[in-house]
Ligand binder design. Structure first.
Ligand code: GUN
Ligand code: FE
Length: 449
């Protein structure tokens, strides 16, 4: 169906960043990657896979394909006020901005406006998979699933559950309501439903227990927040004195499974990380949010050493940027800060961070059998990036690329362009976005080829 030849870049389990020049990639009618071969073997491939060489799209020398970005943690209903708050710590920020705004999502027209914006913006930013928190309102949450579907984004969506909220009392549910509405939400086969206790502080033991059961009985994904900020951790300790740790609270109610993703985890102990490893639960690293709310600096290296799955998240609006490229940059910053504080800290490489933003995210969401990199049989979720578009580094490539021997020159130049775009470029360079083989950006063009 789709066949492209040109430079591809992606990550594998073995190699953080693999650059394949003159690669030829074919996508079948179901949107799955049918073959990946060498461009110079076009004739042979066209015979085996029965297509005409004239059907192949050639990327220009300024373009490359990379896997779509995976945002493992974003609050769709917080998009409208991203960037307004850098002055409060987490719990005060929730009370002042978050709960009052989220309560407005019972208004479906307001929800439609905001959710349409979020889905369009994240797609143009190259987020092919997003794991969303919505609000407590089931109908608005259904609408978010519908909008993501209509625009073709791969979405996991959670109706937020909270039966405890002492600051904005109209923004909470009874245990029964939260249970019943979660059951109603998960009964719709729209976007992938995620069981979503907001965090331990906004849920009673009974609710946590019921949500654990719903997830188990329906084999569902689970998402929440953990160990984001020190004050939060202290309050969890006071509210759940019977639990050994924050991790233990969720573990006790069967909320840590291999389909769980927990945001932040900045202050988890090694012992808690061992529980994550044991249960297969993953972490979403949200550095922009962690910096903006002064929550903490997650030691990603230590998480990886514990072999805990980890992806990156924007955590809008705790994080002010909805772009996963920003999450890549802030992840590098967070790692460098740890190295500044302790020169023995092994800084994350750019290549490793790129892998976290793509393959790592798909693993954290247990979707790596479907997406995350270019492997035959996976869905074709991809960005076509043109570094010569406005904002791109192409002028520099011609004038100043590092010169490292004639054989490596082309690869070095590609890496220079790729790094430069990743660190300084933006959505203007993302000329096409595909999800499961379907073109989803630009929106105005037909959605399928
Ligand atoms: N913890 C509980 N709710 C939230 C939220 O909306 N944002 C962040 N960053 N942390 C939370
Ligand atoms: Fe969050």
């Amino acid at each position: 169906k789709i066949k492209r030849v040109g430079t591809f870049v992606h990550s594998t389990q073995q190699t953080a960043l693999q650059v394949q020049e003159d690669a030829l990639l074919g996508v079948d009618t179901e949107g799955k990657i049918a073959f990946i071969g060498e461009g110079k073997k076009l004739e042979a491939l066209s015979q085996v896979f029965q297509f005409s060489p004239s059907e192949v799209t050639q990327l220009t020398e300024h373009e490359f394909l990379m896997p779509g970005l995976v945002d493992t943690h974003i609050h769709a209903c917080q998009y409208s006020y991203a960037g307004t708050a850098l002055d409060l710590p987490l719990l005060q920020w929730l009370n002042t901005y978050t709960f009052p705004v989220e309560s407005r999502f019972k208004d479906l027209e307001f929800a439609r406006r905001v959710y349409t914006h979020v889905v369009k913006r994240t797609l143009t930013n190259g987020t092919t998979t997003a794991c969303y928190f919505a609000s407590i309102h089931t109908d608005a949450t259904l609408l978010l699933g519908q909008i993501a579907n209509d625009f073709g984004q791969r979405a996991l969506v959670g109706k937020v559950c909270m039966d405890r909220n002492d600051s904005v009392k109209h923004y909470r549910e009874s245990i029964q309501e939260s249970h019943d509405e979660t059951c109603r939400w998960v009964s719709y086969p729209l976007a992938k439903p995620v069981v979503t206790p907001r965090f331990a502080l906004s849920c009673s033991r009974e609710l946590l227990e019921q949500l654990g059961k719903i997830a188990k009985n329906n084999n569902l994904h689970i998402q929440s927040h953990i160990s984001e900020n020190k004050e939060e951790i202290q309050l969890v300790k006071e509210l759940f004195p019977e639990s050994e740790s924050y991790t233990d609270v969720y573990h006790k109610y069967n909320l840590l499974t291999d389909k769980t993703v927990m945001a932040h985890g900045c202050h988890l102990s090694d012992k808690e990380l061992a529980v994550f490893k044991e249960t297969g639960a993953s972490l979403s690293h949200c550095p922009n949010s962690n910096f903006s709310l002064c929550s903490g600096v997650l030691n990603v290296r230590n998480v990886l050493k514990h072999k805990v799955k980890l992806g990156l998240g924007t955590d809008v609006a705790g994080g002010y940027s909805s772009s996963m490229l920003d999450a890549v940059r802030r992840t590098l910053d967070a790692s460098k800060i740890l190295t500044i504080q302790d020169p023995k800290h092994e800084t994350l490489s750019f290549e490793e961070v790129f892998r976290l933003a793509t393959l790592g995210g798909s693993q954290a969401l247990s979707l790596d059998d479907q997406t995350g990199n270019f492997e035959v049989g996976k869905d074709f979720d991809a960005l076509r990036v043109n570094v010569a578009a406005p904002g791109g580094p192409i002028d520099l490539i011609h004038s100043e690329g590092p010169k490292v021997g004639i054989q490596t020159l082309i690869v070095v130049h590609f890496m220079f362009a790729f790094l430069n775009w990743s660190l300084t470029g933006d959505d203007r360079n993302i000329v096409e976005v595909f999800v499961a083989g379907k073109k989803v950006v630009p929106f105005t063009e037909p959605k399928a080829e």
